[in-house]
Write a new protein. Structure first.
Length: 732
């Protein structure tokens, strides 16, 4: 299979109870030279010799083999896994792996589907037939992610419909057919592929056809999402795959198909999302992240908020993996923090699945038995995330390109998203992540990704696994940060400059803040002023501000809150927060400021700035010297009014304070009593809950073993029934 011209499709068929009947219907309708190889992965009783090879051989002219270790896969052959083995594949050779006992039911179909996706890529196909449980669902996603073909039996025709239904619910199935219809569809699909010149098909011109732009337009019209900044090769391959599924040869014909079938637009949208993920992808990377994250947590105090953002979280595996390692860090440190993990994606279906937190038992291969026991609850045919882990996460729909980011984050985990985006968009996302992080925050990227030219913003903690830490003082460096990102990709679309008056020269983007400041200053005749962001970082200074700001001791930082003189800091923080939230000016009059040992008066004005070319939450802070006489008069008047009522007010406050103390003491005593009672009751409930949970786990394990045994016996029974029918015919 090394030579591309000689490669062939490997079709994996998975089934459990009722699978023998589905296999017979499938191969009974298959041609004598399909040009494909077929690998059957049924659920078999490990203690019984399977008669499936000879039963399948009776209904097909293709050679049927019970797999032996390191058997090479060849086209126009059928291979059946022997009882008591898991099946893998490497470079076209089938590898028999001894069965390993696990906490949940066995998932041999998922195991082989994922191995096949890794080995055969776009030449793989997965078919889920009759059976109980969820086996095969996770594997279909892996095959679809590698541009392979996926099918499931129509549940109405399945003897046991759980497996096909669960496969269809993943939204990763290309065709839902009866076993009799599947062979013809497979052969038509391959004939369509063979008609096309693949070398010509994948060579993309610098300027793609206009039809691609039309597809982007239809996607944006119906889904609201713009894919024009994604990598050309990835987009073309995904569009071609949908064309192959519908056996459409010309791109204009596919555009027409999208116009008349809105459902296909949404199918293409999900295809472009490439939602392939799993728990602890690259385990060594997560171990490295855990080590560096522990160092960040050691600098925190108990009860501090730890904020994490996982963009493009898909069905939640990555976000839950982060939650688990944070919980392990807290346990190792014997400390507790307030954890907030924001997991976002543009696919609503994926978000809904992530919120449910239920995953098939085959995830044990990625998570490990110890973490499964610690962080999951075993339910019927699945593992569900424990409530204490689920409460750490908030899942929400978000488009990274056009929606505002989360801020003040300790960690951003964005793995294997940048690789699908063109360079211009990547150059906008890295500064966006830097802006969102707290000083010293961590950025966790995929193994094939990098921060590119932004080494002034981030320093590497682990070069191999792409873990970066924000450099000190880099939070103010926005690198022309834009909200939204509004990318323009190199698809032959010319980016129009902003209109300007006659004679006005084009200016570099870096001058945006300066130009905005100058316009505002001239328009409002503003006194000494500074422009700052919501963190107080100073981006622009106008006039002499030395009376109101002075450098703070230690490392030099242009931060308004650090530099504000005595009497201004508290009011500045409140005013900036209020102006940013309410989007309107805030005024303070006659504030007393300590300047060189003397007290002076200042009028403070904070105005929010609004510009599509600048980051959100920029404000202009203006300082204006107040008239001393007016300020002193106001102060004297307030002082006289205060003197007249001072003694009377003191007596009232003392009386009120005494009453409050007595009331508070009484309330504290009542709360202590109630708390002790509740604590005692809670301990009793906890003890009872642990006993019930232990009993439930034992019953669940017994039920799963019983179900697995029942499926295997059903398959054995079907084989024996077939043999009895043959003997009856022979006797007759």
């Amino acid at each position: 299979m090394e030579n591309r011209e000689n490669r062939f499709h490997i079709i994996a068929l998975g089934a459990s109870a009722g699978g023998l009947e589905a296999f017979e219907k499938f191969f009974g309708n298959l041609s004598s030279e399909p040009g494909m190889a077929f690998v059957l992965v049924p659920h078999l009783d490990p203690d019984h010799t399977s008669m499936m090879p000879e039963l399948i051989q009776k209904i097909t002219s293709l050679p049927v083999h019970q797999i032996k270790d390191s058997m090479i896969v060849r086209p126009d052959n059928i291979y059946i896994v022997p009882p008591g083995n898991e099946l893998g594949i490497l470079n076209g050779e089938l590898q028999l792996m001894p069965k390993i006992s696990t906490a949940g039911p066995r998932m041999p179909i998922d195991y082989f589907f994922r191995a096949l996706a890794n080995d055969a890529g776009e030449y793989s196909a997965g078919i889920v037939l009759s059976g109980m449980g969820m086996d095969g669902s996770l594997g279909l996603r892996a095959i679809k992610g590698e541009l392979g073909l996926t099918m499931a039996q129509d549940p109405k025709t399945a003897k046991y419909d759980s497996m096909p239904k669960n496969a269809i619910d993943t939204a990763q199935v290309d065709y839902v057919l009866t076993p009799e219809q599947m062979p013809a569809q497979l052969e038509n699909y391959l004939k369509h592929l063979n008609k096309k010149n693949r070398a010509q098909k994948t060579s993309i011109d610098e300027k793609p056809p206009e039809d691609i732009q039309k597809i982007f337009f239809l996607l944006r019209q119906q889904t609201g999402h713009d894919f024009s900044a994604y990598k050309k090769n990835t987009i073309i391959r995904r569009i071609e795959r949908r064309m192959n599924v519908h056996q459409i040869e010309a791109l204009p014909d596919y555009v027409h198909h999208l116009q008349i079938d809105s459902q296909e637009v949404h199918e293409l949208f999900r295809e472009l999302l490439i939602g392939v993920t799993n728990f602890f992808r690259d385990p060594e990377a997560y171990e490295s992240l855990k080590k560096h994250l522990s160092e960040v947590l050691r600098e925190k105090s108990a009860g501090d908020a730890i904020r994490v953002w996982v963009p493009a979280c898909s069905s939640g595996e990555e976000a839950y993996s982060i939650a688990m390692i944070i919980r392990e860090c807290m346990e190792d440190m014997e400390n507790h923090f307030n954890i907030q993990i924001f997991a976002t994606d543009i696919d609503e279906r994926a978000i809904e699945k992530a919120r449910e937190g239920g995953y098939p038992p085959s995830i044990e291969a990625d998570v490990g038995a110890e973490r499964i026991k610690k962080f999951f609850i075993s339910e019927e045919s699945l593992f569900r995330i424990r409530p204490d882990i689920r409460e750490m996460l908030v899942f929400a729909k978000q488009d990274l390109i056009k929606d505002p980011p989360f801020t003040k984050l300790d960690l951003i985990s964005c793995r294997n998203l940048l690789i699908y985006m063109e360079t211009p968009l990547q150059k906008k996302l890295v500064p966006l992540f830097n802006y969102s992080l707290k000083p010293g925050g961590i950025l966790f990227l995929g193994g094939s990704e990098s921060i590119g030219e932004f080494s002034d913003l981030m320093e590497p903690l682990d070069r191999k696994w792409k873990i970066f830490k924000q450099k000190k003082g880099s939070s103010a460096a926005h690198h022309n940060l834009e909200f939204p990102l509004t990318p323009r990709a190199s698809w032959g679309v010319r980016e129009e400059p902003e209109p300007r008056t006659e004679g006005e020269a084009a200016e570099p983007a870096a001058a945006g803040v300066t130009r905005m400041a100058e316009k505002a200053l001239m328009a409002n005749w503003i006194p000494p002023s500074v422009i700052v962001n919501d963190r107080g970082d100073i981006l622009y200074i106008h006039g002499r501000t030395g009376k109101y700001l002075e450098p703070s001791p230690g490392q030099a930082r242009l931060n308004l809150f650090d530099m504000a003189r005595e009497g201004l800091r508290i009011q500045l923080q409140a005013a900036i927060r209020k102006a940013a939230n309410q989007n309107q000016p805030v005024y303070y009059r006659s504030l007393r400021v300590k300047v060189n040992g003397d007290m002076e008066y200042v009028n403070l004005t904070v105005r929010p700035l609004d510009s599509k070319r600048l980051p959100h939450n920029l404000v202009m802070v203006s300082f204006e010297e107040a008239k001393p006489l007016q300020a002193e008069k106001q102060e004297t008047q307030q002082s006289l009014e205060t003197d007249q009522t001072y003694e009377q007010r003191v007596r009232e406050l003392e009386q009120e304070l005494e009453q409050t103390k007595e009331s508070l003491q009484s309330t504290i005593e009542e709360l202590e009593t109630s708390n002790e009672e509740l604590k005692s009751t809670n301990e009793e409930f906890q003890s009872t809950n642990e006993e019930l949970h232990s009993t439930n786990e034992e019953l669940e394990t017994a039920r799963e073993e019983q179900q697995s045994l029942n499926e295997e016996l059903t398959t054995v029974n079907a084989e024996l029934q077939e043999k009895i029918d043959e003997l009856t015919r022979a006797n007759s």
